[in-house]
Design a protein around this ligand. Structure first.
Ligand SMILES: Nc1ncnc2c1ncn2[C@@H]1O[C@H](COP(=O)(O)OP(=O)(O)OP(=O)(O)O)[C@@H](O)[C@H]1O
Ligand SMILES: [Mg+2]
Length: 146
Protein backbone atom coordinates (compact mmCIF):
# COMPACT_ATOMS: atom_id res chain seq x y z
CA UNK A 1 0.00 0.00 0.00
CA UNK A 2 1.23 3.50 -0.87
CA UNK A 3 0.29 6.40 1.40
CA UNK A 4 0.31 9.91 0.01
CA UNK A 5 -0.16 13.04 2.11
CA UNK A 6 -2.47 15.57 0.47
CA UNK A 7 -2.11 18.87 2.34
CA UNK A 8 -4.55 20.77 0.15
CA UNK A 9 -6.98 20.51 -2.75
CA UNK A 10 -4.18 21.22 -5.24
CA UNK A 11 -2.26 18.14 -4.03
CA UNK A 12 -5.33 15.96 -4.59
CA UNK A 13 -5.78 17.43 -8.05
CA UNK A 14 -2.11 16.86 -8.85
CA UNK A 15 -2.36 13.18 -7.85
CA UNK A 16 -5.31 12.90 -10.25
CA UNK A 17 -3.36 14.65 -13.02
CA UNK A 18 -0.51 12.14 -12.66
CA UNK A 19 -2.96 9.24 -12.86
CA UNK A 20 -4.68 10.78 -15.89
CA UNK A 21 -1.35 11.22 -17.66
CA UNK A 22 -0.07 7.71 -17.00
CA UNK A 23 -2.89 5.15 -16.72
CA UNK A 24 -3.72 2.91 -19.66
CA UNK A 25 -7.10 2.33 -21.25
CA UNK A 26 -8.95 -0.35 -19.30
CA UNK A 27 -7.76 0.98 -15.91
CA UNK A 28 -10.34 1.00 -13.14
CA UNK A 29 -9.97 3.31 -10.13
CA UNK A 30 -12.15 2.49 -7.17
CA UNK A 31 -12.60 5.58 -4.98
CA UNK A 32 -13.54 5.19 -1.36
CA UNK A 33 -13.83 7.71 1.46
CA UNK A 34 -16.36 9.71 3.45
CA UNK A 35 -18.56 12.47 2.07
CA UNK A 36 -16.38 15.35 0.95
CA UNK A 37 -13.15 13.38 1.27
CA UNK A 38 -12.03 14.47 -2.21
CA UNK A 39 -13.12 11.73 -4.63
CA UNK A 40 -14.61 14.09 -7.21
CA UNK A 41 -11.64 16.44 -6.81
CA UNK A 42 -9.31 13.55 -7.68
CA UNK A 43 -11.38 12.68 -10.77
CA UNK A 44 -11.25 16.34 -11.86
CA UNK A 45 -7.46 16.00 -11.77
CA UNK A 46 -7.65 12.80 -13.83
CA UNK A 47 -9.68 14.70 -16.41
CA UNK A 48 -7.04 17.42 -16.53
CA UNK A 49 -4.28 14.83 -16.93
CA UNK A 50 -6.19 13.32 -19.85
CA UNK A 51 -6.53 16.74 -21.47
CA UNK A 52 -10.29 16.97 -20.98
CA UNK A 53 -11.44 20.58 -21.16
CA UNK A 54 -15.09 20.02 -20.16
CA UNK A 55 -15.62 20.63 -16.46
CA UNK A 56 -16.03 17.40 -14.54
CA UNK A 57 -19.05 17.46 -12.27
CA UNK A 58 -20.19 14.89 -9.77
CA UNK A 59 -22.42 12.24 -11.38
CA UNK A 60 -24.37 11.68 -8.15
CA UNK A 61 -27.70 12.03 -9.98
CA UNK A 62 -26.72 11.03 -13.50
CA UNK A 63 -24.85 7.92 -12.23
CA UNK A 64 -22.32 8.13 -15.05
CA UNK A 65 -20.66 10.90 -17.00
CA UNK A 66 -18.61 10.12 -20.10
CA UNK A 67 -15.87 12.38 -21.43
CA UNK A 68 -14.40 11.47 -24.78
CA UNK A 69 -12.28 14.44 -25.82
CA UNK A 70 -9.12 13.51 -23.89
CA UNK A 71 -6.20 11.14 -24.60
CA UNK A 72 -8.51 8.20 -23.82
CA UNK A 73 -12.15 8.24 -22.63
CA UNK A 74 -13.01 8.87 -18.98
CA UNK A 75 -16.05 7.15 -17.48
CA UNK A 76 -16.93 8.73 -14.14
CA UNK A 77 -19.45 6.87 -11.99
CA UNK A 78 -20.95 7.60 -8.58
CA UNK A 79 -22.75 4.76 -6.81
CA UNK A 80 -23.72 6.78 -3.73
CA UNK A 81 -27.46 6.48 -4.27
CA UNK A 82 -27.48 2.78 -5.08
CA UNK A 83 -27.76 -0.46 -3.15
CA UNK A 84 -25.35 -3.25 -4.17
CA UNK A 85 -28.15 -5.24 -5.82
CA UNK A 86 -29.04 -2.21 -7.96
CA UNK A 87 -25.39 -1.93 -9.02
CA UNK A 88 -25.54 -5.52 -10.32
CA UNK A 89 -28.08 -4.48 -12.97
CA UNK A 90 -25.83 -1.78 -14.39
CA UNK A 91 -23.44 -4.13 -16.23
CA UNK A 92 -20.49 -2.08 -15.08
CA UNK A 93 -18.11 -4.72 -16.46
CA UNK A 94 -18.90 -3.54 -19.99
CA UNK A 95 -16.84 -0.43 -19.12
CA UNK A 96 -13.70 -2.21 -17.99
CA UNK A 97 -14.00 -5.07 -20.47
CA UNK A 98 -14.51 -2.53 -23.25
CA UNK A 99 -17.58 -4.37 -24.56
CA UNK A 100 -19.53 -1.96 -26.79
CA UNK A 101 -17.61 0.82 -25.08
CA UNK A 102 -14.28 2.35 -26.18
CA UNK A 103 -11.76 1.35 -23.48
CA UNK A 104 -10.75 4.21 -21.21
CA UNK A 105 -10.28 5.03 -17.54
CA UNK A 106 -13.19 4.04 -15.30
CA UNK A 107 -13.33 6.05 -12.05
CA UNK A 108 -15.96 4.91 -9.56
CA UNK A 109 -16.96 6.95 -6.48
CA UNK A 110 -18.50 5.05 -3.58
CA UNK A 111 -16.97 1.82 -4.88
CA UNK A 112 -17.86 0.31 -1.48
CA UNK A 113 -21.28 -0.27 -3.10
CA UNK A 114 -19.93 -2.66 -5.73
CA UNK A 115 -21.11 -6.25 -5.31
CA UNK A 116 -18.30 -7.54 -7.55
CA UNK A 117 -14.94 -6.16 -8.66
CA UNK A 118 -12.85 -6.25 -11.83
CA UNK A 119 -9.84 -8.62 -12.02
CA UNK A 120 -7.46 -5.68 -11.84
CA UNK A 121 -7.94 -2.26 -10.32
CA UNK A 122 -6.46 0.57 -8.34
CA UNK A 123 -8.15 1.37 -5.05
CA UNK A 124 -7.75 4.88 -3.66
CA UNK A 125 -9.07 5.46 -0.13
CA UNK A 126 -9.22 9.12 0.83
CA UNK A 127 -9.09 9.87 4.53
CA UNK A 128 -9.49 13.07 6.52
CA UNK A 129 -6.44 14.34 8.37
CA UNK A 130 -6.55 16.35 11.57
CA UNK A 131 -6.04 19.78 10.02
CA UNK A 132 -8.37 19.74 7.04
CA UNK A 133 -5.81 17.83 4.99
CA UNK A 134 -6.31 14.42 3.41
CA UNK A 135 -4.37 11.22 3.01
CA UNK A 136 -4.65 8.84 0.06
CA UNK A 137 -4.02 5.13 0.52
CA UNK A 138 -3.46 3.42 -2.80
CA UNK A 139 -3.68 -0.32 -3.32
CA UNK A 140 -3.03 -1.97 -6.68
CA UNK A 141 -4.58 -5.33 -7.52
CA UNK A 142 -3.13 -7.12 -10.55
CA UNK A 143 -1.83 -3.88 -12.02
CA UNK A 144 1.12 -1.53 -11.59
CA UNK A 145 1.47 2.12 -10.72
CA UNK A 146 4.34 3.93 -12.44
N1 LIG B 1 -6.56 17.85 0.38
C1 LIG B 1 -7.80 17.99 -0.09
N2 LIG B 1 -8.19 17.25 -1.12
C2 LIG B 1 -9.44 17.33 -1.64
N3 LIG B 1 -10.39 18.16 -1.20
C3 LIG B 1 -10.05 18.95 -0.17
C4 LIG B 1 -8.77 18.89 0.42
N4 LIG B 1 -8.78 19.75 1.42
C5 LIG B 1 -9.99 20.30 1.42
N5 LIG B 1 -10.78 19.85 0.45
C6 LIG B 1 -12.17 20.22 0.21
O1 LIG B 1 -12.98 19.06 0.39
C7 LIG B 1 -14.02 19.01 -0.59
C8 LIG B 1 -13.94 17.72 -1.36
O2 LIG B 1 -15.08 17.60 -2.15
P1 LIG B 1 -15.31 16.44 -3.21
O3 LIG B 1 -16.58 16.76 -3.90
O4 LIG B 1 -14.09 16.25 -4.03
O5 LIG B 1 -15.48 15.17 -2.26
P2 LIG B 1 -16.18 13.77 -2.58
O6 LIG B 1 -15.37 12.74 -1.87
O7 LIG B 1 -16.36 13.59 -4.04
O8 LIG B 1 -17.60 13.93 -1.89
P3 LIG B 1 -18.93 13.05 -2.12
O9 LIG B 1 -18.83 11.90 -1.17
O10 LIG B 1 -20.02 13.99 -1.72
O11 LIG B 1 -18.99 12.65 -3.55
C9 LIG B 1 -13.86 20.23 -1.46
O12 LIG B 1 -14.75 21.23 -1.03
C10 LIG B 1 -12.43 20.68 -1.22
O13 LIG B 1 -12.27 22.07 -1.32
MG1 LIG C 1 -18.04 13.15 -5.21
Amino acid sequence: MTKIFLPDIEATQQLGITLGETLNAGSVILLEGDLGAGKTTLVQGIGKGLGIIDSIVSPTFTLINEYTEGRIPLYHLDLYRLEPQEVTGLNLESYWEGIEVTPGIVAIEWAERMPYLPDSYLKVCLKYGENGDRQAEIITVNCELY
